[in-house]
Write a protein of this length. Structure first.
Length: 333
C-alpha cells in the first residue's frame, strides 16, 4: 500500500531531527560594556588613573578590537551635570607614561593645572564600530600641593629590629617593605618620621620605601612620590640583658644556684662564674661552667668551710654575652 504524502513528510522530519524554522535573530548591537572600576589618586605631581578595559559587550560577546579609551578630567561644577562636565572636560591624551598592561589601562596625568581644585574623572570605551555604552562612574578627586617626598631614609639595625628614619613634612607616612625575592607590600602607617620593623629577622635582607600621605575628606588621600629604596641586612651584635634574681643556697655537698629566666627569645644558655673568697681582696671570677636554657646550676666541686662568690651571664645564639650579674656569696658549712 502506498503511503500518503503527509505521512512521508512526517517521516522525513523524524529521520532528520529538524524542528521548525523560527524568525531570524536581530543583529548584535556590539556596544562595549561600561568601565566599572575606575580609580584615581594623586601621587606627587601626577594623577594616577587605573581601570580594567571591558572584554565583553553589553550582550556578553567579545568586544571587537580596536577600541578607543576616552578618559576625561574636568572641574566639578555646582550643581554637577554630566552633560556639561563632558562638554568642558579635557580629554586625556595618552602620554609615554600611559600604557595598557593586558586588560588594565594606566594613566599618569600632570597635576599642576588642577592643584587646589576638585576634579572629576570618568572614562568610556568606544568600540571599533563607533558605539559606546556611556561613562563609567564619576570619580571626585581633590588635588593638593604635592606632599613631601621622604628624603634621607636610613635603616639601622637595633636590638628591637630595623629602625627607619627619614626627613619629610607631614603627619602620616606609609612604609613599604620587601624581603629578598618578594614584592613590596605595605608594612605600617605612622605619624612620626621614624619606625622600627620589629618583625625583621637577623641575617635577612630587607628593602624599604616611605611615602607621605595627606588625608583628605571623604576618606580620600594624596600620596607623595615614593622615597628612594634603602636596604639593610641586620646582624645580631646585641647581647642579652644581664640575668636577674641570682639566688645561692648551700646544700649538703653542693651549692645550688637559681636565677630568673631571661625574656629574650634568642637566649641559648648561661655562663657560670665563680671564685673562692680567701682574702679581703677577692680573686677575679673565672668561668666555671656553661648551661642550657634552664636557669639553675648545681656546683658540686666545693669544700666545706669555704666561702664562694658566684655570678651568671646570658649568651644568645649569635654568641653575644650579657654583662654578669652582681656577685653573690655563700658559705658551705
Amino acid at each position: 500500500m502506498l503511503r500518503t504524502l503527509p505521512a512521508l513528510a512526517a517521516a522525513a522530519l523524524l529521520t532528520t531531527g529538524c524542528g521548525y524554522v523560527g524568525e531570524p535573530l536581530p543583529p548584535l548591537a556590539n556596544i562595549p560594556a561600561r568601565v566599572k572600576d575606575l580609580a584615581a589618586v594623586q601621587r606627587g605631581s601626577r594623577i594616577m588613573v587605573q581601570f580594567t578595559i571591558p572584554a565583553l559587550t553589553t550582550e556578553g560577546t567579545p568586544i571587537k578590537e580596536p577600541v578607543k579609551l576616552d578618559l576625561r578630567i574636568g572641574p566639578a561644577g555646582e550643581p554637577f551635570l554630566a552633560g556639561d562636565w563632558a562638554a568642558h572636560a579635557r580629554q586625556v591624551v595618552p602620554l609615554p607614561g600611559n600604557a595598557r598592561d593586558g586588560g588594565l589601562a594606566h594613566y599618569a596625568i600632570p597635576a599642576a593645572e588642577w592643584t587646589g581644585k576638585e576634579t572629576i574623572l570618568a572614562v568610556r570605551v568606544i568600540g571599533a564600530n563607533g558605539k559606546e555604552a556611556g561613562w563609567s562612574s564619576f570619580v571626585i578627586l581633590p588635588v593638593v600641593t604635592p606632599p613631601d617626598q621622604p628624603a634621607d631614609v636610613t635603616a639601622t639595625a637595633t636590638a628591637d629590629g630595623v629602625r627607619l628614619t627619614w626627613k619629610a613634612r607631614g603627619e602620616n607616612f606609609q612604609i613599604f617593605r620587601k624581603a629578598q625575592g618578594e614584592d613590596f607590600t605595605p608594612a605600617a602607617t605612622v605619624q612620626q618620621p621614624q619606625w622600627t620593623d620589629a618583625s625583621a629577622e637577623f641575617g635577612k635582607q630587607y628593602t624599604y620605601q616611605v611615602q607621605t600621605i595627606v588625608k583628605l575628606r571623604d576618606n580620600k588621600q594624596a600620596e607623595s612620590d615614593l622615597s628612594a629604596e634603602v636596604s639593610k641586612t641586620p646582624v645580631d651584635t646585641f647581647p642579652p640583658a644581664a640575668p636577674t634574681g641570682l639566688r645561692p643556697s648551700a646544700a649538703v655537698n653542693s651549692v645550688e644556684l637559681a636565677w630568673d629566666r631571661n625574656t629574650e627569645p634568642d637566649v641559648a644558655g648561661y655562663h657560670i662564674y665563680r671564685t673562692t673568697v680567701t682574702a679581703p681582696a677577692a680573686a677575679p671570677l673565672e668561668k666555671l661552667a656553661d648551661t642550657g636554657q634552664i636557669p639553675s646550676y648545681s656546683d658540686r666541686n666545693v669544700e666545706h668551710g669555704k666561702t664562694y662568690r658566684y655570678a651568671v651571664s646570658a649568651m644568645d645564639r649569635a654568641g653575644n654575652e650579657s654583662p654578669k650579674t652582681a656577685p653573690v656569696e655563700v658559705v658551705l658549712p
